[in-house]
Design a protein around this ligand. Structure first.
Ligand SMILES: N[C@@H](CCC(=O)N[C@@H](CS)C(=O)NCC(=O)O)C(=O)O
Length: 221
């Protein structure tokens, strides 16, 4: 087994870091963690030591560097044979759900940046952001109605799809998005997860403040 190091950003703010970190923790992939606070005078030079894209998360393995959250999850899933549903048709659906988050929902990402410890009121989503929210709620509802008997996650057991949406759960809580019961129950599952708790508690005690994010500007791409 290769030694792994996961380079992440601030736990309070870095949504892509949370996805990779939560997935590796939840499927039991051992790794060392390096945290590089984002948007400081030193960030660019520090990340240059690790990340070819200058972004986090980055997984450093003995065989090379993986500089994208979904690719990191895929690596963990392949090496540990966990993290996707087994039947090919359901696995393809889970991949579609994960990919839709990885490549989409730009308005939500832009208007409601992750800030785990903050609680904001009065943020009115644009029409496009509202459409993003409704689409996500529709995906969650469909998954939970179909796979609810198999377990509390989107596809019953925990999968990459859940890691992809964990920061969305945090955003919905931070910005007080009005949610149907099925979504509240799913968010409860995410928030009660011990690894998620560990991440949230660490984020709550971080001293750095990213002003752009506090002003409602995105720090992710
Ligand atoms: N597509 C990338 C996005 C990575 C990304 O945007 N990371 C943000 C933090 S959440 C970052 O490194 N921002 C620092 C910057 O833009 O300088 C992934 O999935 O890993």
């Amino acid at each position: 087994m290769t030694d792994l190091t996961l380079v992440i950003g601030n736990k309070n703010y870095s949504s892509w870091s949370l996805r990779a970190w939560l997935f590796l923790k939840q499927v039991g992939v051992p790794f060392q963690e390096v945290r590089v606070p984002l948007f400081t005078d030193k960030t660019r030079s520090q990340l240059a030591n690790y990340s070819p894209s200058g972004l986090v998360p980055v997984l450093i393995t003995d065989e090379g560097t993986i500089w994208d959250s979904l690719a990191i999850c895929e690596y963990g899933a392949e090496t540990h044979q966990q993290g996707w549903p087994q039947p090919p048709a359901i696995r393809a659906q889970a991949r579609a759900v994960a990919a839709e988050m990885h490549s989409g929902f730009m308005a939500l990402r832009s208007e409601m940046p992750m800030n785990c410890r903050a609680r904001r009121t009065g943020v009115e989503p644009s029409a496009v952001c509202q459409t993003n929210i409704e689409r996500i709620l529709s995906v969650w509802q469909s998954c939970r109605q179909t796979y609810g008997e198999a377990g509390p996650w989107l596809f019953g057991e925990f999968s990459v799809a859940d890691a992809m949406y964990a920061p969305v759960a945090s955003r919905f809580v931070t910005y007080g998005v009005s949610l149907p019961q099925i979504a509240q129950d799913y968010i409860h599952t995410i928030f009660e997860n011990p690894h998620m708790q560990e991440w949230l508690q660490a984020g709550a005690t971080e001293s750095e403040i990213i002003q752009a994010s506090e002003r409602g500007q995105p720090i992710s791409r």
